[in-house]
Ligand binder design. Sequence first.
Ligand code: ASP
Length: 319
Amino acid sequence: MRHLLSIDDLDRAGIERVLDRAASFAEVAGREIKKVPALRGRTVVNLFYEASTRTSSSFELAAKRLSADLVSIRAASSAVAKGESLKDTIATLTAYDPAAIVIRSPHAGAAQLVAGWTDAAVVNAGDGKHEHPTQALLDVFTLRQKLGSLEGANIWIIGDVMHSRVARSDILAFTRMGARVTLSGPPTLIPRGIEALGCSVEPTLERLPEADVVYVLRMQHERMEEAYVPSLREYAMRYQIGTSRLLPHQLLMHPGPVNRGVELSGAAIDSPQALINQQVEAGVVVRMAVLYELLAGAGATAARGVPIGTLETRAVAAA
Ligand code: ASP
C-alpha cells in the first residue's frame, strides 16, 4: 500500500494485517513509556483544513509514539488563511522531505490530489463527505476486540448518511470483514442507490432489535445547505437512540463529536453498551499501525526505494 486514501486501498487481509499490528501497539500503549523507535528520523506532516479533535490529536500521538518528527498545521492559523493554494502548500511542505502527509479537507478527493503532488505517503484523514478510512479501521478494531470477528454481525448505521464520510468508509470496511450492514434514517439523508455499496436500507427503526451493533452518526449541519429534516425535535423523536431503543446485548458506537440529545440521548452515551471511548482509544494504535504500514511495513521499501532500518523494525517486532 502506497497511500491510504480509501478503504478500497485495503483488501480483507490488508485490514487484518494493519489491525494485528495495532493490537501489538496496544500492548506498548499499556506501558509507562509508550514509545517505539520505528520511525526515528522520519517526518510526518499533519495538515488539517477542517475542525478536528480526535483525529488530529490521535495522529499526533501516533507519530510521536513511533518517534517520528512531527509538523502539525491547522489551516486557520497557517498561510492557507492568507490564500495559499493546496498545491502550493504541499510544494512548500515537500521541501521538508516528509515521509507521510496526513490531510483533512472539506473537499472530496483532496487527499487523492495531494498524492499526485508529493512523494510522501498520503493518509486521508477525512475528505468532505467522501471517506475517512482510519475511522473505519478503528471501528473495525473496536468491534474485533468486543466480538472477536465481524463475520455475520448485523450492524445498523443510523442518521445522516448523506453527509457522512464515516458511513461510506464503514460500509466498505464492515462488509469487507463479513458483516451485514443496514442503513436507517430520514429518506432525505440516505443517498439514493447507496445499496450498491453492499448494504440495505430500512426507513424506520422497527427492525432495530435485530441489530448486534447500533452505529449512530452525527447530524452534519456544516455540510447542509438546506433543511433535510422538518426539525431536530422531530428527528430526535423518530431516530434518536436512547436506552429505551437499545437491547442489553446491543453495542453502541458513534464516531464523535456527539450532538447530545439529538442523535443520542445522554443516558445512551453513558450506558455500559457505549463503545465511544474505546473507539477514541483505538484511534491512536490504529493510526500508529497505518503510519507503520505505509512507512516501515512490508512493501514500503519497494514503493519508495528507501532502505528501512532493520534495527527499528526489529525493535517494534520485539515491542
Ligand atoms: N469526526 C467524524 C468526521 O470527521 C465524524 C463527524 O464529524 O461527525 O467525519
